[in-house]
Design a protein around this ligand. Structure first.
Ligand code: OOG
Ligand code: MG
Length: 255
C-alpha cells in the first residue's frame, strides 16, 4: 500500500528545496488514481502555506511532448498563484532541479466548466486567450519517470508565464508558433500539434480535472500543453515564444 501522505510530503519537499528524488515506481507499483491523490495532497501543502489555486495545466497533449518523455497519456496538474512568473521578468535557475520551458496557449475562464462538454461549450466559457510558456521541472532524477510518477509530481509543473490576454475571437486551431532562445529559433510548430486543436485540451481539462476540483472555476487559467518539445534552460538565456495572431511572451533566466 502506498502511503499517500508520505509520498505527498516527499514531492512537496523536493519541489520546495529543488532536490531530485527517486521515482516512486522504482520501488513499488503506483496506480494512476493513487498518483492523483498524492498530487492533490502535495498541493494541499502549498495551499496551507498560503498559495491559492490559479488553474490547471494539461500535459502530454502533443506527440512531440509524449515522445520527449516517453509517456503517452494526457495528464493534468494544478497551478497555484505562486507558480506564476512575471511576463518579461526573470526566473532564478537555482530554484529548480533541471528546468525546461515549452510554448503553450493559455485560456482564461469566465464561467465554470466540468464534465463532458463540447468544444463549442468550452469556448463559450473562455474569457480570453494568451501566448504562454510553462516551466516544467520534474523532481525525478534525470527527468525520468513513468506515468504515475509524473502525475504524483504535479505533472512536472513548476512555473508559468502568460503574455497579453486577448478576446477568443479567432480560430486557434492551426496557428504557427516559434520559441526562440537569445534570438535563435529552437522550436517551431503549430497550435494544431495540441490534440489537433488546443480547445480539445480545455475539453479534456473539464472532463479529466473538473471532477476532482469541483469543476474548473471562473477566473482560472488552463494551459493547453506544450505544442513542441521542451527546451532545457540555462543561466543567461532569454526565451521568447510568438504565436501567430495571438502575441508574444518572454522570460529570462538568472542565477
Ligand atoms: C510532463 C509534463 C508535460 C506538457 O505541456 O506536455 C507538459 C513533462 O514533460 O515533464 O507539461
Ligand atoms: Mg506543459
Amino acid at each position: 500500500m502506498t502511503d499517500i501522505a508520505k509520498s505527498a510530503e516527499i514531492v512537496d519537499t523536493a519541489a520546495r528545496t529543488a532536490t531530485a528524488i527517486a521515482q516512486f515506481t522504482d520501488s513499488a507499483p503506483l496506480g494512476v488514481a493513487e498518483a492523483y491523490q498524492i498530487q492533490a495532497k502535495s498541493i494541499d501543502h502549498r495551499l496551507a502555506r498560503g498559495e491559492t489555486m490559479a488553474g490547471v495545466k494539461m500535459g502530454l497533449t502533443s506527440r512531440a511532448k509524449m515522445a520527449q518523455v516517453g509517456v503517452h497519456e494526457v495528464i493534468w496538474g494544478r497551478l497555484t498563484d505562486a507558480m506564476r512568473l512575471e511576463e518579461g521578468g526573470a526566473l532564478s535557475r537555482k530554484r529548480y532541479v533541471h528546468p525546461r520551458i515549452e510554448p503553450e496557449l493559455a485560456y482564461l475562464l469566465k464561467a465554470p466548466l466540468a464534465g463532458e462538454v463540447s468544444a463549442a461549450e468550452a469556448l463559450c466559457a473562455v474569457e480570453a486567450i494568451a501566448p504562454a510558456m510553462e516551466i516544467i521541472d520534474s523532481r525525478y532524477r534525470n527527468f525520468k519517470f513513468a506515468l504515475a510518477d509524473v502525475i504524483a509530481d504535479n505533472s512536472s509543473s513548476s512555473g508559468f508565464v502568460i503574455g497579453p490576454w486577448s478576446r477568443p475571437d479567432r480560430d486557434c486551431s492551426n496557428l504557427g508558433l516559434v520559441m526562440e532562445v537569445n534570438g535563435r529559433t529552437v522550436e517551431l510548430g503549430s497550435t494544431a500539434a495540441i490534440l489537433g486543436d488546443p480547445i480539445r485540451s480545455l475539453v479534456a481539462a473539464a472532463r479529466l480535472a473538473g471532477p476532482s476540483l469541483g469543476g474548473l472555476k471562473a477566473g482560472w487559467i488552463v494551459l493547453a500543453g506544450g505544442a513542441t518539445a521542451a527546451h532545457s534552460l540555462a543561466v543567461g538565456e532569454h526565451v521568447r515564444t510568438v504565436i501567430q495572431n495571438v502575441g508574444a511572451v518572454s522570460i529570462r533566466v538568472e542565477e
